[in-house]
Design a protein around this ligand. Sequence first.
Ligand SMILES: *[C@@H]1O[C@H](CO)[C@@H](O)[C@H](O)[C@H]1NC(C)=O
Ligand SMILES: *[C@@H]1O[C@H](CO)[C@@H](O)[C@H](O)[C@H]1NC(C)=O
Length: 145
Amino acid sequence: MKMGLSLAQGLILLVTAATMLATSQAADTIVVGGSENWRFGFNYTDWALKQGPIFVNDKLVFKYDPPSETTPPHNVYLLPNLGSFIKCDFKGAKLLANATQGSGSGFEYTLMKMWRPLYFASSEGNGADCKEGMMKFFVVPLPRW
Ligand SMILES: *[C@@H]1O[C@H](CO)[C@@H](O)[C@H](O)[C@H]1NC(C)=O
Ligand SMILES: *[C@@H]1O[C@H](CO)[C@@H](O)[C@H](O)[C@H]1NC(C)=O
């Protein structure tokens, strides 16, 4: 049995380790709204602006309590385009997380595609979450070099 590693084997190990390190550092987990979580009346457009660039493979976490006597329901939709985003029009929107899926550690959404804008909003209260509650924002995932 041959002991030790050849230079080539050593290099491959090194590159693999470096790649794993780079990959593990390459994704951030971002709680939407920070300590405000996902709630009515917080300006998520402003939050997204201040958050700065968001990269492909990053994870957005939406945290909100399930509805109760004291807690109104929220959800997470992906809106089809800028027009529907501006108008809070949920026609053709895709439900990502219902009213109960934001509890506990929250609902996690990985940003898979770069450059394509993603429009997020809550539709609850017949659209009031989105219209009056400011529960909408968009991100454009950037490539990470
Ligand atoms: C939310 O924040 C954005 C960006 O800072 C700002 O342009 C907008 O006026 C704010 N909306 C409200 C309703 O305050
Ligand atoms: C939300 O989705 C979960 C998982 O699919 C399901 O078990 C639950 O009944 C749904 N809740 C509501 C309020 O629709």
